[in-house]
Ligand binder design. Structure first.
Ligand code: HEM
Length: 343
């Protein structure tokens, strides 16, 4: 075993705190990197009895096949080709005092629905929004049906590509639904946090306006301080190191990304830290998770956040109006944050 691998397994062996019986919080960066990459560490499965949303017993294998097939659609070059449409959407930002999260959802979802479906489909965004709020079976069924009808006739975007790969209608509908739900309020929370951090700093706005590399650094720093997915659960299908089969492991980008051993002045907003060319260890910075279930939309997300922020700042000044309330639940998003968008 090479020295790095040996160090990693030693760290993984005893690195977590048991927060309740069978549940460990793993904050050690090396252990987080190692365990998240382990194929035995699986995200909790959805309810197999849910006849609307369940992928069935072979779901994980089918999803991984869909992931592979979608890869070219989410590559850097595919994302770059979409930049003009991102700019067009960003230029339509609401004027005056806006609820930052609501406005961010509107912008991000206008881009991502078009990205995934290859065209605008009225209703989809509000259905997705409703489903993320309620989780009720009736609401899930309504979203599923609209997406299924669209998939049946679509000749563009992800549905057309997945048909070419021979996936059946139900699998494509579930895959498209997963992409639409995942690309709705998670990236919107990141954008709303961007609005929050820059609105209080006219100097940062000035620099981001003139320098797109700096704008990218702002986005990375926002994802460090405010990772929308702040907690990642994994369940062990077999024993790994000291952890028994069936153990639940919790990882937290939020905690690791504010560790003073990895980041100087970790609670300070300092985009410049991303301009030095040095990257933190992956176990110290993982807003998009790590390992086989790493976020497949990370390239799209980083580009769209940078492009929207830059396009908005080209013609607007953002001024804070009301501070955000503490976030609740599994999504770390700024609640009731109000920003004045001035042209
Ligand atoms: C700033 C924006 C985003 C952040 C911070 C983010 C973060 C994450 C994280 C942490 C996970 C892993 C969750 C877990 O395993 O528990 C994840 C999964 C996922 N993300 Fe993202 N994401 C973002 C944007 C997007 C976008 C734009 C898309 C689609 C276009 C997307 C699609 C997905 C999908 C489909 C998964 C599930 C992957 C799997 O389980 O194999 N995400 N994301």
């Amino acid at each position: 075993m090479n020295p790095r691998a040996a160090a990693l397994s030693a760290a993984a062996a005893r690195s977590g705190a048991e927060v309740e019986p069978g549940v460990w919080l793993v904050t050690d960066p090396l252990a987080a990197e190692r365990l998240l990459a382990n194929r035995a560490a699986l995200p909790p499965r959805g309810d197999l009895r849910n006849e609307v949303t369940s992928w069935g017993p072979d779901g994980p294998a089918m999803w991984m096949a869909v992931r592979r097939a979608m890869r070219p659609l989410l590559s850097a070059s595919a994302v770059d080709a979409f930049v003009p449409q991102m700019i067009e959407v960003a230029q339509g930002i609401g004027q005056g005092v806006v609820d930052a999260m609501r406005e961010a959802v509107r912008l991000v979802s206008a881009i991502n629905v078009r990205y995934v479906l290859g065209e605008d489909v009225p209703r989809i965004s509000s259905l997705v929004d409703k489903e993320l709020r309620s989780q009720r079976r009736r609401v899930q069924r309504a979203t599923f049906e609209v997406i299924r009808q669209h998939v049946r006739v679509s000749r563009t975007g992800f549905p057309a590509h997945l048909k070419e790969h021979g996936f059946d209608e139900r699998t494509i509908t579930l895959a498209v639904r997963t992409m639409l739900l995942s690309s709705h309020n998670v990236p919107a929370a990141a954008l709303a946090w961007c609005f929050h951090e820059v609105s209080a700093r006219p100097d940062v706005q000035e620099r981001a306006r003139a320098d797109s590399q700096f704008c990218g650094a702002v986005v990375r720093e926002v994802l460090r301080l405010h990772p929308p997915v702040w907690q990642l659960p994994r369940q062990l299908a077999e024993a790994v190191g000291d952890y028994p089969a069936g153990a639940t492991l919790l990882f937290s980008p939020y905690l690791n990304q504010r560790d003073p051993r990895a980041f100087a002045e970790p609670d300070e907003f300092r985009p410049q830290r991303w301009l030095s060319g040095t990257c933190p260890a992956s176990g110290s910075y993982f807003p998009f998770a790590l390992g086989p279930r790493f976020c497949p939309g990370s390239q799209l997300a980083l580009t769209e956040l940078t492009v929207i922020l830059s396009a908005v700042l080209q013609s607007h000044q953002l001024v804070p109006r009301r501070a955000p309330g503490p976030s609740r639940g599994i999504l770390h998003a700024p609640r009731k944050l109000r920003i004045h968008v001035q042209s």
